[in-house]
Each structure stands twice: as structure tokens, then as C-alpha cells.
Design a protein around this ligand. Structure first.
Ligand code: NAD
Length: 261
């Protein structure tokens, strides 16, 4: 592709999405940032991106990814603003921890909607446009929990396994055209979503944040290190490149060895 890629990154005002949006913008892409609403924090991210990467190269789409109508509007708004959607990074996600028999019904429904159904809504909205232009890269941020389970994450593990399955179906249905669909499966990445879990563990165990942070990684991730949002972003940029044209339907762990065990 000779022109800059037009890239939507959902849930990109913090954590992995923010790092991934920076990675694409640094690589010369035009970026659509997304959050549920344009609040002060989102405004600050938008201003910083416009200053760093050029005012016309970044827009913000206020969209709740759990609402199929809003997802359709985000995709059509991107086409109106930039002319196409070339890359769709579906990263927005939430977590709740509880034993399976005590899992609150509303949390189950919310996690399935935000972490799984949203991925279907995005594919449904973007794929017809990608098919029409004979180019597309769909990158779903799943998790190691799309491949293996952990206790007390029933809805999240179910949703992320679902994302990996949906990724494979989409890849098979687009295998003969210039479109790929892959999932990235991070292990622990130190973001607000994980910090919340560390705080909860510190409170439950009467320990410090730093001690629980160290224990969290030690339990699961053989490297004993967190992955970074920038490392996830760099893989997403690679998956969007010509070099990755034959990688499709894969679930790629970035997990310091977690799923090798
Ligand atoms: P995060 O909380 O920093 O980011 C999640 C983003 O999604 C936030 O910006 C939030 O505002 C947004 N979001 C939530 N619900 C939304 C909705 N309905 N509509 C639009 N945006 C919404 O967390 P993160 O760790 O950066 O998580 C990003 C993705 O990576 C998630 O899908 C998560 O499951 C996945 N993941 C994270 C880790 C990790 O260790 N941090 C590991 C594996 C997978």
C-alpha cells in the first residue's frame, strides 16, 4: 500500500490500545482513537497525538463497542474522514474476577458484550469495506486466556476463547483475498486493567502493591517480566504489513513463556 494505512484502535485512551495507537502513528498511519466518550482524559490523548503526529492524521471516535449501531457509525465515520478502514485493531476489553458459581449475571453479560460480541460487531462493520477494496487487516487483542484458563475469570476466559474462534472463522472466510485476521494473546502487561487486579489482591492478602505485582508475574510468566504495550503494538504493526500477508487465523502469544508450560 503506497498511501498511509487508516487504522482504528478500539479502547485506545489507555494501556495496550494507547501503546498500539502510538506504534501505528509512529509508523506513519492515520489513526482513529476510541473510547466510550470524549472525556478530559481522551481529549488529552487526542491533543498529544495531534501535536506529535499531525492534526489531520488523528481523529477520535466516541463509541461503546458493545453497541453494534455505534460500531457501525465508528467504521462509517472513519471512511468519511480518511477514505477507508485498512486496519481494525479490536482491543477494548474489561475484566471481573469471581468464582464461577458466584459470578454476577450482569458482569457476565457485560464481559461477553465488550470482550466478545464487540469483536463480531467490528468485523461485521469493517469487512464489507475491506472486501470492496481488496485489502484489510483485522487484529483482535485476545489474551493468553484465549488459549488457557485461570481460576475466577469465567466470563473473560470464555469471551477470549470465543475471540480466538471468531478470528479463525474470519481468517478462513477471507483466506483467498488480501485480508488477514489474527489474534494477539498477551500474558501480563502492566496496564490499568491489571493494576486493578493487583490492588484487589494486595487488599485481600494485606500485602503491598509491589509485592503482589511481583507475585502475579512469578506465578504465571516464566520470563518474570511484564510485556509492554509497545511490544504488543509492534506486533500489530508487523501483522498489518506486507511481510505478514501469509499469517492468518493465528493466535500469537506475547507472554514470556506462559503458554509454553
Ligand atoms: P485498559 O483498561 O488499560 O484498556 C482497556 C480500554 O478499553 C480502556 O481504554 C477502556 O476505556 C476501553 N473500553 C472498555 N470498555 C469499552 C467499551 N465498551 N467501548 C469502548 N472502549 C471500552 O486495559 P488493557 O490491559 O490495556 O486491555 C486492553 C486489551 O488487552 C483488553 O482486551 C484486555 O483483555 C487485553 N489483555 C490485557 C492483558 C494485560 O495484562 N493487561 C493481558 C491480556 C489481554
Amino acid at each position: 500500500m503506497t498511501r498511509p494505512q487508516n487504522v482504528i484502535v478500539t479502547g485506545s485512551t489507555s494501556g495496550i490500545g494507547l501503546g498500539t495507537a502510538h506504534s501505528f502513528a509512529r509508523a506513519g498511519a492515520r489513526v482513529v482513537l476510541n473510547g466510550r466518550r470524549l472525556n478530559d482524559a481522551a481529549e488529552a490523548v487526542l491533543s498529544e497525538f495531534r501535536e506529535r503526529y499531525g492534526h489531520d492524521n488523528v481523529i477520535f471516535a466516541a463509541c461503546d463497542v458493545a453497541d453494534p449501531g455505534q460500531v457501525e457509525e465508528m467504521v462509517s465515520g472513519t471512511v468519511d474522514a480518511f477514505g477507508s478502514v485498512d486496519v481494525l485493531v479490536q482491543n477494548a476489553g474489561i475484566q471481573h474476577t469471581s468464582s464461577v458459581h458466584e459470578f454476577p449475571l450482569d458482569k457476565w453479560d457485560q464481559i461477553i458484550a465488550v470482550d466478545l460480541s464487540s469483536v463480531f460487531y467490528g468485523i461485521r462493520a469493517a469487512l464489507p469495506r475491506m472486501l470492496a477494496q481488496d485489502f484489510g487487516r483485522i487484529i483482535n487483542v485476545a489474551s493468553v486466556h484465549g488459549l488457557v484458563a485461570s481460576k475466577e475469570k469465567a466470563a473473560y476466559v470464555a469471551a477470549k476463547h470465543g475471540v480466538v474462534g471468531l478470528t479463525k472463522v474470519t481468517a478462513l472466510e477471507t483466506a483467498t483475498v488480501n485480508i488477514t485476521c489474527n489474534a494477539i494473546c498477551p500474558g501480563w502487561v502492566l496496564t490499568p486493567l491489571v493494576e486493578k487486579q493487583i490492588h484487589a489482591r494486595a487488599q485481600a492478602n494485606g500485602t503491598s502493591f509491589d509485592e503482589e505485582k511481583r507475585k502475579l508475574v512469578a506465578e504465571k510468566q516464566p520470563s518474570q517480566e511484564f510485556a509492554t504495550p509497545e511490544q504488543i503494538g509492534a506486533l500489530a504493526v508487523f501483522l498489518a504489513s506486507e511481510a505478514a500477508a501469509q499469517i492468518t487465523g493465528q493466535a500469537l502469544p506475547v507472554d514470556g513463556g506462559w503458554t509454553a508450560q
